[in-house]
Design a protein around this ligand. Structure first.
Ligand SMILES: [Zn+2]
Length: 473
């Protein structure tokens, strides 16, 4: 059976399928279905739904949606002349390892599509009515899932095959939104001496997956430092961070002061305190202040300087809530990250990424930022919202997994949640009664040219997928 899965994986890897360029792979899936006389739908976003009737004995079982995304991240190693628009992805087997040739492999999420095709192509696997749902643009905007209509989806059990670790079953994911807080810049004539404060060498990390590591954020640290000297300075320039979904590792501020000696003294003191606070979580933090010798004609007004400093200082940051029930103990429930501060067209703009597995908590955090911004005379806009997949206590599909996985594999299943957005959240929004679980085989170094997967894990996970299908009656 594994050879059939791998055959389909190799086949789809011969068709270019970079995110937002899915036309060829999408059409291939449609043709595949038509050749087998299977019911198939393709929508404007190029999502494809292929249906296959239940096998004997499963006619009355609930319909199951098996979902994966057809697009892949296209990364290649330096020096590779692979052309992702034309060339097939290489298929290199080395013992248990399957990899490409200095490019991403696309096992994320090609394996899901290969499983789907193997099931559709089979006549010896027992299963309920199947709806194989292949979405587009998961790796960029999730536009495929966001464009789905419910019209051709009858199933209310969803097996999302986009996991990367065998034996790990996800039951909840975060929703999120990006909050943009902007301060109009009022400048006045620059006076006093100038100095540049640089906060650097922070560890950073992903604002969802690593927010619970309690590392420092360079922008927040700038707030801490500036607050101590706010009566003595005006901000001249400010910038920090580079991505909304990365913990800021760097920040710099140019300040003007008539008492720079005192400013330097205070900053060297607060710097030592901050470094001591992060001795374990972020031990390499550097905070430097040096004379700034370039000329500046203008600086921020005193009011604006104060508002910006107090905004950064008092803004909530990091983990706001954790789960503490048996299944999800230790998983972050809600958090926010101050990702970027930059000067843009006469504004100082803060980009904040908020995540929460519970929608009402997301609203609470959004409101906190709005209230604070309002008090500081700043404006708030929001964009890039994506829905959460909320944890629910009861799930039949989870029960099936809890009851069968150990017998099947000899190991306890790991049931957990992820503090990042998944297509499952969008599907849950579309099909409110959906009972969803997300899993997949072992895939390593995902989204890098070193991506590879374990062939035996791909095989075991497929066998287990078949086992789950056989249990849905
Ligand atoms: Zn994926």
């Amino acid at each position: 059976m594994i050879e059939k899965v791998l055959k389909w994986f190799e086949k789809i890897n011969s068709i270019p399928r970079e995110s937002d360029k899915e036309e060829r792979i999408s059409n291939f899936l449609v043709d595949f279905a038509k050749e087998r006389n299977l019911e198939v739908y393709q929508d404007e976003a190029l999502n494809v739904i292929i249906k296959k009737p239940a096998t004997k004995g499963y006619e009355n079982a609930p319909t199951v949606i098996i979902q994966g995304h057809m697009d892949m991240v296209c990364e290649k190693a330096q020096g590779s002349n692979h052309n992702f628009d034309e060339d097939p992805i290489a298929f290199i087997r080395e013992g248990d390892i399957l990899r490409a040739d200095n490019t991403t492999l696309g096992a994320d999420d090609g394996i899901a599509i290969a499983y789907g095709l193997a099931l559709l192509d089979s006549n010896d696997i027992e299963h309920p009515n199947l709806e194989i749902l292949c979405t587009t643009a998961e790796e960029t905007t999730m536009n495929g899932a966001l464009s789905l209509s419910k019209e051709h989806l009858k199933g209310e059990i969803v097996l999302n095959i986009d996991g990367e670790e065998e034996g790990v079953f996800l039951i909840s994911s975060a929703g999120g939104i990006t909050s943009l807080v902007s301060f109009d810049i009022n400048r006045e004539k620059c006076s006093g001496d100038l100095a540049k404060i640089v906060v650097s060498e922070l560890k950073g990390g992903h604002s969802g997956m690593e927010i619970n590591k309690q590392r420092a954020n360079a922008i927040k640290l700038m707030g801490r430092i500036l607050y101590e000297v706010k009566d003595l300075i005006n901000i001249v320039n400010i910038k920090g961070g580079s991505k909304d979904n990365a913990i800021a590792t760097y920040g710099e501020i140019v300040v003007a002061s008539n008492n720079m000696k005192r400013v330097k003294e205070i900053i060297s003191k607060i710097s030592l305190m901050i470094k001591a606070e992060y001795e374990f979580e972020d031990p390499d933090i550097k905070i430097d202040i040096e004379d700034f010798r370039e000329k500046r004609d203008e600086m921020f007004s005193k009011d604006l300087t104060e508002n910006i400093i107090e905004f950064i200082y008092s803004m909530p940051y990091g983990v706001e809530y954790m789960f503490n029930n048996d299944e999800l103990k230790g998983v972050v429930k809600a958090s926010l990250n101050l990702g970027i501060v930059e000067e843009k067209d006469k504004e100082v703009l803060f980009t904040i990424s908020i995540r929460s597995a519970v929608d009402s908590i997301l609203d609470e955090i959004r409101n906190k930022i709005k209230i604070l911004a309002n008090r500081m005379n700043a404006k708030v806009e929001e964009n890039s919202a994506y829905p959460s997949w909320q944890y629910s206590k009861d799930s039949n599909i989870r029960n099936i997994i809890v009851n069968t996985y150990k017998d099947f594999s000899g190991k306890e299943p790991i049931i957990t949640a992820v503090h990042a957005g998944l297509e499952c959240g969008i599907l849950k929004n579309l099909i409110p009664n959906a009972d969803i679980i997300s899993f997949g085989p072992d895939i390593f170094r995902v989204h890098t040219p070193d991506e590879y997967c374990s062939i035996s894990s791909v095989e075991r996970t497929f066998e287990y997928l078949k086992k789950i299908l056989s249990e849905i009656k």
